[in-house]
Design a protein around this ligand. Structure first.
Ligand SMILES: *Cc1c(COP(=O)(O)O)cnc(C)c1O
Length: 718
C-alpha cells in the first residue's frame, strides 16, 4: 500500500519505515502527507506549510508546526474529512511530486563533506538550536540541499532543547525547558541490516557512553543527531544530551567529546567517510582527534596523525570576543578525554597543549578555538571585518608572521532565501524577476529588474507584510500580557497595539551586553517623542538573555519600567516573549527598519539584518559585522552609525545613541512618511530597491555555499 518513496537516499530505510508506520495510522488517501512530513523539505516548498495548516490550524499551532506530531494527534473525523477533500489530496500529490523531483536530481560534483555543529536551526519544530549559529547552520544545510551538494550534517539531539523564555510582570526573565520527545519529531533512529539500532560508544569522563543516532532529513541532506538518552547509560551520561549549552563545564566538555569523537564514529558506523570535515565553530573540534586515531594506532605520533587529519578539516570561527571562546582547565580536559587518550595511546596533556595559545604555558587553559585552528587546513571568519579581527585575535598562534598573513580568511554569511522571504515579497519577485530569483540568487543580474518594479506594487507588498506582522503582534502580546498578570488596561492596550500603517522598527537578537539594547532608551524623553509624534514609530523588541546573565535580564526589566510613563508606550512598544526562528521570520518580514547597534567590533556577522533586507526592510546599523561590506553611501541602501572602537564605552554609547536618534528623527521618519496624498513614499522605496538589489545577490546562502565549496571544501583551497 505504502511503497516507500524511491527518492529517499540509500540508507534511509529506517526513515521510510517511519513514513510507513505513520501512513498506516492515517486513512489511505492521506499517505502522501506522511511522506511529506518526514522530510523538512516541505518547510521551503511553496504551499507546504499551508497544506498541513489547512488540516487543522489549531492543532498545527499546538504541535509547533510539527506535521508528524499533528498527524498523530488529529481526531479520526478530522482525518476522514481531509481524506475526502479532493483539492487537498491534489495539493499533497503536487507537493510530494515536487519534493521527489528535487531528491532525484543527480548530485553536484563537489567533495563529500560532513558539517559538524553543536546546533541546527532548520525549523522551529526541531528545537535543537539557540540562535544565530543554529540559524546559519540550518540555512547552510537547506542551501546545500538546493545545490545538490554531497553533504551530511552531524549534531546532538537535545532532549530538552534550548530554554524557553517567559517574563513576569516586573519584566524579569524566567527560563523553562520543554521535553523534545524525539519519537514525535520528523526523525528516525538509524538501524543496521539486522534491525538493531546503530550505536557508538565513546569513553567520556571515565565512563563508556553509548549514543544512538537520529536521522532528520533536510531535503537531500541527512542530519544525524547523536543521543545518549538510552537505558544502558548512567544518569550522568544521559544528561549529556539534555540541554543545549548546558551550564556546567564538565557536561559541556562531555557534549563536545560526544559531538566530535562520537560524531566521526557515527559516520564510520554508517559507512560514511567524508573528504572534508567542516567544523562550524569549535565545539566539534575533537572530531580531528578521532579522525587521527587510525594513524596513531598504526604507529604514527599524535602530531603526525593530526597533521594528516588536518588536511581534511576546515574550521569556521564565529566569536570575535575573547571571552566568548570556550576555554577549560587542562585537568578537566584530561579527565573528560582521559579514556579516549588511553584508548588511542596518546598523552592527554599533549591534547591540552594543542589548545593553548602558548603551548607550554601551564597556567593557560585549553581553548577549543586554538585547538581547532591548529588542527584545520583552513579557517575563516564570517564577515570581512570579522576576518580581520580574528587574524588580530589569534596572531599569537602565528607569532612569526605579519598579522595580514595569519591564515584565517573570511566567508561572509548569507541567508537561505526561500526560508526567509515572505509571501508578498516572494510573489513580487516571482512576477518581476521570474522564478530564477531562487536558483540564480547569487547572480547580480537576477536582481537588476528590481528597479523596474512599480513603486505602488512594492509598497503594497511591504504594507501586506507589515499588516501580517501587526496581526501577529496584537495576538501574541495580548497573550503574553495576560500570562504575565498585567493590569487590565495594559492588556487591553495590546489589542490596540500597533498600527498597520505606522513605521515599524525591529530589534530582535540575543540580549547580550554588547548588543546594547539599552541604547534605544538611553534618552527616554527623546524615545517617547519618536513613539508619540505625529509621524509615529512603533518598536518591536525580542530576545533571550543567557540564564546566568543577570545584567541582560536587568536591562529588559529596565525597559519594562518605562512602560507606565506615557499611555502610548504600551501601544507602541512591544516585547515579544520567546524569540525563536518563527518569531524571527515574522519580524524580519514585517519590520520596515532593522536596528543593530552592537559595540564594535563584537558583531561577527549579524545575519538577521540580511533576512530583513531581502524582505525590503532597511538597515540602521553600526558599521560592524556584515554591514561595512553592504552599506553603500553613494546609492543609499540603509543607514550607518560609525563602527570605530573606543575603550571609553560611556562616551561611545552616548555618541551612538545620539546618532541613532538623530538618524531616526531627521532621516528615517521623514523619508518613510514622504508619500503624497496617500501615495507610496518614493524616496523610501528607492532606498528599498537599492537595498534589495545590492544585498540580495551577495548575502544569499547561494553565494555563501559557492564560497565554501570553492575555497574551503576543495583540497588546495585557502
Ligand atoms: C537569523 C537569526 C539569528 C542571527 O541573527 P543576528 O543578527 O546575529 O542576531 C538569531 N536568532 C534567530 C532566531 C535568527 O533567525
Amino acid at each position: 500500500m505504502n511503497t516507500p518513496s524511491p527518492a529517499l537516499p540509500a540508507g534511509a530505510r529506517n526513515l521510510s519505515e517511519a513514513v510507513s508506520a505513520l501512513a498506516s495510522r492515517l486513512p489511505e488517501p492521506l499517505a502522501p502527507l506522511a511522506a511529506i512530513a518526514y522530510n523538512l523539505r516541505w518547510g521551503w516548498t511553496p504551499g507546504g506549510s499551508d497544506l498541513f495548516e489547512s488540516l487543522s490550524p489549531h492543532r498545527w499551532e499546538l504541535s509547533s508546526h510539527n506535521p508528524v506530531r499533528m498527524l498523530l494527534e488529529l481526531s479520526a473525523p478530522t482525518l476522514e474529512r481531509a481524506a475526502g477533500d479532493e483539492q487537498l489530496l491534489q495539493r499533497a500529490h503536487e507537493i510530494q511530486r515536487a519534493i521527489d523531483e528535487d531528491l532525484q536530481r543527480p548530485p553536484a560534483d563537489a567533495p563529500s563533506t560532513a558539517y559538524f555543529c553543536a546546533e541546527f536551526g532548520v525549523h522551529r519544530s526541531v528545537p535543537v538550536y539557540s540562535g544565530g549559529l543554529g540559524a546559519l547552520a540550518g540555512d547552510h544545510l537547506k542551501e546545500a540541499s538546493d545545490r545538490a551538494l554531497p553533504l551530511v550534517a552531524v549534531g546532538l539531539m537535545y532532549n530538552q532543547g534550548y530554554f524557553r523564555q517567559r517574563l513576569d510582570a516586573s519584566g524579569w526573565q524566567h527560563e523553562y525547558w520543554v521535553p523534545t520527545d524525539p519519537p514525535l519529531l520528523p526523525a528516525a533512529l538509524e538501524h543496521d541490516e539486522e534491525g538493531r539500532p546503530v550505536t557508538v560508544t565513546v569513553p567520556i569522563d571515565g565512563e563508556p557512553v553509548v549514543a544512538q543516532i537520529w536521522r532528520v532529513q533536510v531535503g537531500r541532506v541527512p542530519l544525524f543527531l547523536l543521543d545518549t538518552e538510552r537505558p544502558d547509560n548512567s544518569r550522568m551520561a544521559r544528561w549529556i544530551c539534555s540541554q543545549l549549552y548546558v551550564g556546567d563545564p564538565e557536561t559541556r566538555l562531555a557534549q563536545y567529546a560526544l559531538l566530535g569523537i562520537g560524531g566521526v564514529r557515527a559516520l564510520r558506523a554508517m559507512g560514511i567517510e567524508p573528504d572534508t570535515v567542516h567544523l562550524n565553530e569549535g565545539h566539534a573540534a575533537f572530531a580531528t582527534l578521532e579522525r587521527a586515531r587510525p594513524a596513531i594506532e598504526g604507529g604514527s605520533s599524535l602530531d603526525d596523525a593530526l597533521a594528516q587529519a588536518r588536511e581534511g578539516t576546515v574550521f569556521t570561527t564565529h566569536t570575535p570576543v575573547p571571552a566568548g571562546n570556550d576555554a577549560y582547565p587542562g585537568q578537566l580536559v584530561c579527565d573528560v578525554l582521559g579514556g579516549f587518550a588511553q584508548e588511542a595511546g596518546v598523552d592527554a596533556w599533549r591534547i591540552v597543549e594543542l589548545g593553548r595559545t602558548q603551548q607550554y604555558d601551564f597556567d593557560e587553559p585549553f581553548g577549543v578555538t586554538q585547538f581547532a585552528l591548529r588542527t584545520s587546513r583552513a579557517a575563516n571568519g564570517v564577515a570581512r571585518r570579522h576576518g580581520e579581527i580574528a587574524r588580530e585575535m589569534w596572531h599569537a598562534l602565528w607569532a612569526d608572521r605579519d598579522v595580514h598573513d595569519v591564515p584565517i580568511g573570511h566567508i561572509t554569511n548569507g541567508v537561505h532565501l526561500p526560508s526567509w522571504v515572505g509571501r508578498a515579497m516572494a510573489r513580487l519577485f516571482d512576477g518581476h524577476l521570474g522564478p530564477q530569483w531562487v536558483q540564480g540568487a547569487a547572480d547580480p543580474r537576477t536582481w537588476e529588474a528590481i528597479d523596474a518594479i512599480p513603486d505602488e506594487e512594492l509598497w503594497a507588498a511591504r504594507n501586506e507584510q507589515r499588516a501580517v506582522l501587526v496581526d501577529f503582534v496584537r495576538d501574541r502580546s495580548t497573550a503574553d500580557r495576560l500570562q504575565r498578570g498585567e493590569s487590565r488596561d495594559y492588556v487591553e492596550s495590546a489589542a490596540r497595539a500597533f498600527d498597520p500603517d505606522v513605521l515599524t522598527i525591529g530589534f530582535a537578537r540575543r540580549i547580550a551586553t554588547y548588543k546594547r539594547l539599552d541604547l534605544l532608551v538611553k534618552n527616554a524623553e527623546r524615545a517617547i517623542r519618536l513613539l508619540d509624534g505625529d509621524r509615529p514609530v512603533q518598536l518591536l523588541i525580542a530576545g533571550k538573555a543567557h540564564p546566568r546573565d543577570d545584567a541582560g535580564k536587568a536591562l529588559v526589566q529596565g525597559l519594562f519600567a518605562q512602560r507606565d510613563r506615557v499611555g502610548r508606550v504600551g501601544e507602541r512598544v512591544v516585547f515579544l516573549h520567546d524569540y525563536d526562528l518563527a518569531v524571527g521570520a515574522r519580524l524580519v518580514r514585517g519590520c520596515d527598519v532593522w536596528v543593530n547597534v552592537p559595540r564594535p567590533p563584537m558583531e561577527a556577522s549579524g545575519t538577521s539584518g540580511m533576512k530583513s533586507a531581502v524582505n525590503g526592510g532597511l538597515q540602521l546599523s553600526v558599521l560592524d559585522g556584515w554591514w561595512p561590506e553592504a552599506y553603500d553611501e553613494h546609492r543609499p541602501n540603509g543607514w550607518a552609525l560609525s563602527g570605530e572602537t573606543d575603550s571609553d564605552h560611556g562616551a561611545q554609547d552616548y555618541r551612538h545613541a545620539d546618532d541613532l536618534y538623530r538618524t531616526l528623527e531627521e532621516e528615517v521618519v521623514p523619508t518613510f512618511y514622504s508619500g503624497q496624498d496617500g501615495g507610496p513614499p518614493h524616496a523610501w522605496l528607492a532606498m528599498v530597491k537599492a537595498s534589495i538589489r545590492s544585498i540580495a545577490p551577495r548575502f544569499t546562502a547561494a553565494r555563501m555555499l559557492d564560497d565554501y565549496v570553492g575555497r574551503m571544501y576543495r583540497p588546495g583551497g585557502e
